[in-house]
Ligand binder design. Sequence first.
Ligand SMILES: Nc1ncnc2c1ncn2[C@@H]1O[C@H](COP(=O)(O)OP(=O)(O)OP(=O)(O)O)[C@@H](O)[C@H]1O
Ligand SMILES: Nc1nc2c(ncn2[C@@H]2O[C@H](COP(=O)(O)O)[C@@H](O)[C@H]2O)c(=O)[nH]1
Length: 204
Amino acid sequence: MKDEQGILFILSGPSGVGKGTVRKQLFEEDSELQYSISVTTRQPREGEQNGIDYFFKSREQFEEMIEQDELIEYAEYVGNYYGTPKQYVKDTLESGKDVFLEIEVQGAMKVRESFPQGVYIFLFPPSLEELKNRIIGRGTESEDLIRNRLMEAKKEIDMMDAYDYVVVNDEIERAVRRIQSIVVSEHCKRERVSKQYKKALGSE
Ligand SMILES: Nc1ncnc2c1ncn2[C@@H]1O[C@H](COP(=O)(O)OP(=O)(O)OP(=O)(O)O)[C@@H](O)[C@H]1O
Ligand SMILES: Nc1nc2c(ncn2[C@@H]2O[C@H](COP(=O)(O)O)[C@@H](O)[C@H]2O)c(=O)[nH]1
């Protein structure tokens, strides 16, 4: 185990705001962050791959993971389970690397209970109209599911004050740059704090 743990970054926001798009772009530009692949019972969308986009499981397999305490958090969202594997996050943070979660709000609030030192970022749409256009434009959900996801979106937006940062996803590049600034600034903060501690302890 390294002396200093990595930082846990949590990105949430309503369905269709662009979390996946922004995260993929961020990872193309930043090889230091490690993405935690979630587990879900949702059916794969066209082009999605098991072990890359998600670990796709049956409900029985997912419930077995809950039973075995293999998830840091899980939530039922619009009829499917989604959860974050515990071991990967724990091992990666302990090795000193940063971990990035892209999860919905109920799950993020549960993570906060066990990782209050995490950095919680809420991705916000430029408008509700644009959110609706994006989710419809993606073309991956039926009308019914889109309606349900938009209903959830309103509740999720009500929770944004519980986050450390709110980032508007107006343009992808700008949203990515804003998140990169948060990552850099959180590292600087912790470095300063750890130097202060070392100084106070006379070990520097
Ligand atoms: N800044 C942006 N401007 C315009 N379109 C965008 C922007 N960001 C994302 N999109 C588009 O919006 C749609 C939804 O994006 P994405 O799938 O990344 O959202 P998400 O928040 O991950 O959704 P979900 O929570 O449902 O998985 C996609 O078609 C994507 O190309
Ligand atoms: N609580 C969790 N939510 C998660 C996790 N992985 C993804 N998600 C979120 O679920 C919704 C729907 O995702 P979709 O891929 O079906 O569009 C979205 O907000 C994801 O961010 C997780 O491990 N835990």
